[in-house]
Design a protein around this ligand. Structure first.
Ligand SMILES: C[S@@+](CC[C@H](N)C(=O)[O-])C[C@H]1O[C@@H](n2cnc3c(N)ncnc32)[C@H](O)[C@@H]1O
Length: 356
């Protein structure tokens, strides 16, 4: 048994009967969800009675428990996707459906050396850390300390403490990454920010030949400008741009149909791969011929000469108040240390995704 490899960081917290300190997701008969952290002697109060935390300790996951008024709850540890949609947030998070695409299309593998920006609330960082594993490397860059603080709290909660493969640097990605990563040393780059085209030179310096670059942007204008900037370098394979839509289905007896509501838009993904220095890229077979549009046409669309045009409001995004950021950071920190957070209390589950 002594030859057994150590369990990956955080894995043991997710297995076995419920223990004090576990986060538990309770679902009632009306499918309302609350998340609690089990504490010895702790109580979960609603207007319909009290559930004693000690009644859960020692039970297997998936047990049904009753409160003092015989209200029944289904008890499970939250999955990462559940946590991401209910955790304290500042910026908009990468949605679980898109995180899954980023891991697959970005080919994030155990042991990979990955850099990421911005960190925001840390949602994508968690998926990237799971994919690179303890022996991997994730260096996340975030220009705003308040966001980094929220992300640290959330990541520590999910992994039960600091993850061995993770570090955050505060500052602009395009400057900091050049100070910290050797040229050609990074396997994968993932950017989720307002203006990824500002990072083209930095990414081109640190990304290894064959390395994958993934961009996550909310609007078509950002997508267009990013693709044109990547293409203009001649250093990458032809960028691929796509989005995913996930439509849930209602399946009950003969009433089998798509759900009435869905999240229709989150963001677009752009992927490409770094060519070897000196290699000449092969343009896509269906590439639009240069003469079908002028530089002036492109400028009208991308507004590259006017950086002021690219701000949050112009891209239809809501700002985040300093008060809300302080509260999210406080919630994220206290959740790591002990507390529980009712689902949706600090998260924005009901709001539409809107990018940065
Ligand atoms: C939409 S949020 C990222 C959300 C995050 N991926 C998540 O899943 O929780 C965008 C973040 O990028 C940061 N940011 C924007 N430009 C940046 C840059 N050039 N360098 C570092 N961070 C940047 C912003 O401060 C913001 O926190």
């Amino acid at each position: 048994m002594s030859d057994m490899p150590a369990a990956p960081h955080g894995a043991m917290n997710r297995r076995g009967p419920f223990r004090p300190g576990d986060r538990v997701q309770l679902t009632d008969q009306k499918r309302r969800i609350s998340t609690i952290t089990l504490t010895p002697g702790g109580e979960f109060h609603t207007h319909k009675g009290v559930l004693f935390h000690d009644d859960l300790v020692g039970l297997p996951e998936g047990s049904i428990v009753e409160n003092t008024n015989e209200v029944r709850y289904q008890a499970l540890r939250p999955l990462l996707k559940d946590f991401v949609l209910s955790m304290p947030r500042g910026a908009t998070v990468v949605y679980p459906k898109d995180a899954a695409q980023i891991i697959q299309m970005g080919d994030i593998y155990p042991g990979a050396r990955v850099v990421e920006a911005g960190v925001g609330s840390g949602a994508l960082s968690m998926s990237l850390l799971r994919a690179v594993g303890d022996a991997g490397y994730l260096h996340s860059f975030e220009r705003r300390e308040e966001f980094a603080e929220i992300a640290r709290g959330n990541v520590d909660t999910v992994f039960g403490g600091p993850h061995p493969a993770w570090q955050i640097s505060i500052g602009d990605f395009q400057e900091k990454v050049l100070e910290t990563e050797e040229p050609g040393s990074v396997d994968r780059v993932v950017l989720d920010m307002l203006s990824p085209w500002e990072c083209v030179d930095a990414v081109s310096t640190v990304l290894a030949p064959g390395g994958v670059w993934v961009n996550y942007v909310a609007t078509v204008t950002q997508m267009s400008r990013t693709v044109e900037a990547i293409r203009a370098t001649g250093l990458y394979t032809e960028p691929e741009s796509f989005e995913t839509m996930v439509r849930g289905w209602h399946v009950e007896g003969l009433a089998v149909r798509p759900d009435h509501r869905m999240v229709a838009h989150t963001a677009f993904l752009i992927t490409c791969r770094r060519l070897a220095d000196g290699a000449v890229g092969i343009p896509g077979a269906k590439r639009v011929k240069e003469h079908t549009y002028s530089a002036a046409d492109l400028e009208t669309w991308t507004r590259s000469e006017n950086p002021e045009a690219w701000h949050h409001e112009a891209l239809g995004e809501r700002g985040v108040s300093a008060r809300k950021l302080r509260r999210a950071a406080k919630d994220a920190k206290s959740m790591t240390q002990r507390g529980s957070l009712p689902q949706g209390e600090a998260g924005l589950d009901e709001e539409e995704p809107s990018g940065e």
